[in-house]
Design a protein around this ligand. Structure first.
Ligand SMILES: Nc1ncnc2c1ncn2[C@@H]1O[C@H](COP(=O)(O)OP(=O)(O)O)[C@@H](O)[C@H]1O
Ligand SMILES: [Mg+2]
Length: 244
């Protein structure tokens, strides 16, 4: 067995005495997609925020590449190669794709530290081609793009910055069928880059199309983790709802 990229050991989270996550034990491996499923309020987004350095766990520990680690803030998680794709995407609508790709870490050149647009455009084009994100151009502004294309840009940006792990909270919730398929193809290509992926999705069809393993939460309790190839939609629904 290889050492997991990330391991959650007995992670618990309370908000002012209210238990949002009772206890989670979960390992994420390089090149693996793990789906996190559960009804509203199950604790999925809270778990993402713990891994992303937004909330500290109340107890338990996070291991990265076999060593305990804590993320006092989101920057610390980012510095350890973790990126999150949120539902609202956090893209700058008025800016071109290539500027969004480098937002906050723009490439500069020369003694006057001018923006190195040429290199940002070239790097964006390479990444967009590798991930097969179909956009008209790296110079297109975000507001010219469709929802699916924007989601593709947000995922490409996360991929560009993540060295270890990408967390996705409902990446296709706002998309149509064809766009969802495109984004799923992009998510699949992240596996080939040996990233670990934690995917929150309400679509069990999507979960079964993408995930290697499925982790089920109910009211903050980890009900179980199943290999997708060894379970069924019916079983996962029963685990989510508690109704057999
Ligand atoms: N910042 C917060 N303060 C207090 N309670 C919170 C906070 N964030 C989440 N919760 C509570 O934690 C529980 C899990 O929420 P959440 O992680 O958003 O669930 P999910 O993403 O699965 O729908 C809910 O009961 C929610 O009200
Ligand atoms: Mg949520």
């Amino acid at each position: 067995m290889t050492t997991p990229v990330l391991a959650l050991e007995g992670v618990r989270k309370e908000f002012g005495g209210v238990v949002a996550i009772e206890r989670i034990d979960l390992e994420l491996h390089a090149g693996e997609i793990v789906a996190l499923v559960g009804d509203n309020g199950a604790g999925k987004s809270t778990l993402v925020k713990i891994i992303a350095g937004i909330h500290p766990p109340t107890s338990g520990r996070i291991m990265m590449d076999g060593s305990p680690i804590s993320f006092p803030n989101p920057r610390a998680a980012q510095e350890h190669g973790i990126q999150v794709v949120y539902q609202d995407l956090a893209l700058a609508d008025q800016q071109p794709v290539y500027m969004n790709m480098f937002l906050g870490s723009e490439l500069v050149t020369g003694p006057f530290r001018r923006l190195n647009r040429k290199r940002m455009i070239a790097e964006t084009e390479t990444l967009v081609r590798e991930l097969d994100v179909r956009i008209p151009s790296a110079k297109a502004t975000i507001r010219e793009l469709s929802g699916g294309q924007r989601q593709g840009v947000a995922i490409a940006r996360a991929t560009h910055r993540a060295r270890k792990l990408v967390l996705m909270d409902e990446p296709t919730a706002a998309l149509g069928v064809a766009e969802t398929m495109r984004v799923e193809a992009i998510i699949r290509s992240l596996k080939e880059r040996a990233l670990a992926i934690l995917l929150i999705s309400h679509s069990l069809d999507q979960v079964f199309r993408l995930a290697d393993r499925i982790c089920v939460l109910r009211h903050g309790v980890q009900i179980g983790v199943k290999r997708s190839s060894e379970t069924s939609s019916n079983e996962i629904v029963a685990m989510i709802t508690g109704l057999a």
